[in-house]
Design a protein around this ligand. Structure first.
Ligand SMILES: *[C@@H]1O[C@H](CO)[C@@H](O)[C@H](O)[C@H]1NC(C)=O
Ligand SMILES: *[C@@H]1O[C@H](CO)[C@@H](O)[C@H](O)[C@H]1NC(C)=O
Ligand SMILES: *[C@@H]1O[C@H](CO)[C@@H](O)[C@H](O)[C@H]1NC(C)=O
Length: 254
């Protein structure tokens, strides 16, 4: 009896909620391809051009910018990066990237849900370089043909945003999660340097501190990963010179 009542109630709830949910408007934002991406070397692991999703700010948010960097760990050796480039979908390529995505959370345009940023210029930068946007190697990998160019993706994407009005930003926030959070930290000073002197600029890494854990259950995997960033992706140039001048790049706590 109780079960029947419960099932009836459940059926009623399903019937009741389904049409209501269907009515909530879904807000999709179209893709922007980075201008001259190939020419600038701003390419994913598989050599496809970088892209981002951008929605223009409105009203008193028209000169404010929120830039979100997607996360997704690192690829840490030739096989690992080749697999991302070849079988990793959007983690290594824009070949089959979605032509529009839903902006949610801090990227939402809904004032009720997102009172702080709903009318800012909002940018979602997908992650397809496997190096927290720090790789910078000219030649493709001679064995796998993979390209290590995360830093160029960051720079070329910023160029695009600057020309779309970020060069007049009054407020700007660089953020991201995980590998993207780390990238928001690594690129924070660089980001600041690209913006006008009068801009108020902040960086907000979310879960972006990658700790050296040499002795974690005897595993060397973190050391391998830090070495890969430096030696495979060629990321040393993106680290602060104040750090790399006093310790080897792979020991800088990213
Ligand atoms: C290597 O990748 C480039 C794109 O980055 C592509 O044009 C070229 O055909 C690839 N070469 C091989 C041998 O796969
Ligand atoms: C490459 O990295 C992957 C992922 O960490 C790991 O499983 C694999 O054993 C590594 N391969 C080599 C040859 O080191
Ligand atoms: C904004 O979000 C609120 C709360 O979730 C919702 O009730 C409202 O319908 C949304 N407005 C728009 C225009 O989507």
């Amino acid at each position: 009896m109780a079960t029947t009542t419960f099932l009836l109630l459940l059926g009623f709830i399903v019937i009741l909620t389904t049409p209501l949910q269907a009515q909530i408007p879904v807000h999709f934002v179209p893709i922007s391809w980075v201008q001259n991406a190939i020419l600038k070397g701003a390419v994913c692991l598989d050599g496809t051009p970088a892209a981002y999703y951008y929605e223009q700010g409105q009203g008193d948010g028209a000169n404010n910018w929120l830039v979100f960097l997607q996360g997704g760990g690192w690829c840490v050796n030739q096989t690992d990066c080749f697999n991302r480039a070849t079988y990793g979908g959007s983690t290594g390529s824009t070949k089959n990237i979605r032509l529009s995505i839903e902006f949610e959370g801090a990227l939402s345009n809904n004032q009720t849900n997102n009172p702080d940023f709903y009318n800012w210029n909002r940018v979602y930068v997908p992650y397809c370089d496997g190096s927290s946007f720090t790789g910078d190697v000219e030649a493709p990998d001679s064995v796998t043909n993979v390209t290590y160019r995360g830093a160029r993706i960051f720079r070329a994407t910023m160029d695009d945003l600057l020309s779309r009005g970020m060069n007049g930003a009054q407020n700007a926030l660089l953020t991201g999660v995980s590998a993207g959070g780390l990238a928001s930290m690594i690129h924070c000073d660089r980001f600041r340097g690209l913006l006008p002197w009068f801009a108020r600029v902040k960086c907000l890494p979310i879960a972006g501190y990658f700790v050296h854990e040499e002795n974690l259950r005897g595993s060397k995997q973190f050391e391998v990963a830090f070495d890969a960033l430096i030696h495979l992706h060629g990321s040393a140039g993106m680290l602060p010179p104040q750090c790399t001048s006093i310790m080897t790049p792979s020991h800088v706590s990213l």
